[in-house]
Design a protein around this ligand. Sequence first.
Ligand code: SF4
Length: 347
Amino acid sequence: MPRPHRYAQIKQLLHQSGAAAYRYQQVTQAYFAQRTARFEEMGALPAALRQQLASQLGSGFSLRVAQVSHSGQADKYLFELQDGQRIETVAMRYRAGWHSYCLSTQAGCGMACRFCATAAMGLRRNLSADEICDQALFFRQRGFPLDSLSFMGMGEALANPNLFTALDCLTDPNLFGLSPRRLTVSTIGLPNAIERLSRQHPQVNLTFSLHSPFEDQRSQLIPLNLRHSLTEVMACLDAHVQRTHRKVYLAYLLLEGVNDSREHAAALAQLVQAPGRCSRLYHINLLRHNANDFAAERYARPAEAHIQRFRQWLQEAQVKVTVRSSFGDEIQAACGQLHAAVNPLRA
Ligand code: SF4
């Protein structure tokens, strides 16, 4: 049974200790309006209550900044957790003034995708709901708007059941109060958890990391495909689309000479337009590969002209497609490059 998030524990503790109901509001106001995360600093509470909260729930915040790297529109934060594990969070600023954050859900990852730096760490552990939410709280308390959050940092988000508790917390109007439409969960394809997301958080955006339309090749790139085939996951996504009427994004990481041929584009179009599939609600996001020193295999990014050609092949086949911009790769903050625990950053 996943542990409740901090705010639910605070509410329960206050209730058990006979505190007046408004004390809970004072705590949440301290977190979300007065930007205080430590119980000892919550001056509106009586000292005895502050001490009781601190002694039973710890300091009130689960992360500490170990290092920050800056690069143009992206900043990468290396956070240390209370047991010494390290995770990375990327903050991005778009030119239109939009602030977007890429949060980690696990320390490391056990999914062993061949192109990914995080995979080389193995799975250290799942993050708690508080450790996930505190990455967002860190920026909120510094006055930055949380315009969008994606769970695409370290870890397979849907392999961690605490993600669901974190989503409850982030969308709770009395806490973070974020619209679910500003949240995006990314997965390499865990059908049971996708089904749970459809039921519990139907408005949260879903991105499926596809990377090859061919089962054999996808299994080589993403070993999980041997357990949950592309066919099985696509059927699950179809059910999600039917239930939620929401668009599903298919992330496709272009790897030179591996999955960027005309044959791949044609098979991708066929996959999206398979009979019975609601193709208008599938949108392919083409991603530029970011080189890293840790992944199991070295892959190259196709030339820009070829990336555009691949996009055009899909467009000619009437597939909805976007080439996503990539930033942060020079500080190893881009997709697939996060590798905190064994590669501490240089400031
Ligand atoms: S791509 Fe995602 S799921 Fe695969 S190993 Fe990396 S972090 Fe894990």
